[in-house]
Design a protein around this ligand. Structure first.
Ligand SMILES: [Zn+2]
Length: 226
């Protein structure tokens, strides 16, 4: 199947409300005949949002009390323009970052962060979306269910949601996607200014946290009973 056919099918799936996880695992040369990468990125972001939200809406009551309410999706913003960037805590959201803002209960991602990360693979927007959504989930939980390392817990919840969605069939992984996810997590560790610096783990910790969620699901992300 050609790249173009793949993209058309994925776009159709996204429009139909199901989701697909596009990815080749390898850099694809962009030719004039290809859809613009920005178009693919927007489709992947939309798919990531839909798959993550559907996962939590479907499975919330398997783990938690009450009913699930989704965060507001502010989505892409231009962090280089404080005049138009969303505001959180009285400050415009900055460039090169992604956020869950508790006071507005919304998630948002800087266009520069997404565009730059997307060049390293289309797994990027899935990780960013599912991780920030993980913070929204944390904000809905009692403090007793938050682990001492909330950033790693968000990575774990991202793994649980993305692979849970794959198990549900609402997200389809292609060859190379799982390796891309690991590579993206490694790239995001440490010095990468994705959310607040200083409270993310190193590459290995982040990959391990994500893998815990992938393999053990949501329960593996919660404080373990002694
Ligand atoms: Zn975070």
């Amino acid at each position: 199947m050609s790249r173009n056919q793949t993209i058309r099918i994925l776009a159709t799936l996204a429009l139909a409300g199901t989701s697909a996880f596009a990815g080749t695992g390898a850099a694809v040369a962009v030719t004039p005949a290809e859809p613009a990468p920005a178009e693919n990125l927007q489709a992947d972001i939309a798919t990531a949002q839909a798959a993550t939200n559907t996962y939590w809406a479907t499975h919330w009551n398997e783990f938690f009390d009450g009913s699930y309410t989704p965060p507001t999706v502010v989505g892409l913003y231009d962090g280089t323009n404080p005049a138009t960037a969303p505001v959180c805590g009285g400050q415009p959201l900055g460039p090169g970052n992604a956020y869950y803002c508790p006071e507005g209960d919304y998630v948002a991602w800087d266009a520069g962060l997404m565009t730059n990360g997307y060049q390293s693979g289309d797994a990027w927007p899935y990780l960013v979306v599912a991780h920030e959504w993980g913070h929204a989930i944390q904000n809905r939980l009692p403090q007793s269910l938050i682990t001492p390392a909330p950033e790693l817990q968000a990575d774990c919840l991202a793994g649980a949601a993305l692979f849970g969605a794959a198990a549900d069939g609402t997200l389809v992984f292609e060859d190379g996607d799982q390796q891309e996810l690991v590579a993206a997590l490694s790239a995001l560790a440490d010095q990468t200014p994705w959310t607040k610096s200083g409270d993310h783990g190193d590459a290995l910790e982040r990959v391990n946290a994500f893998s815990s969620g992938r393999q053990g699901g949501v329960e593996a992300c919660l404080p373990q009973e002694q």
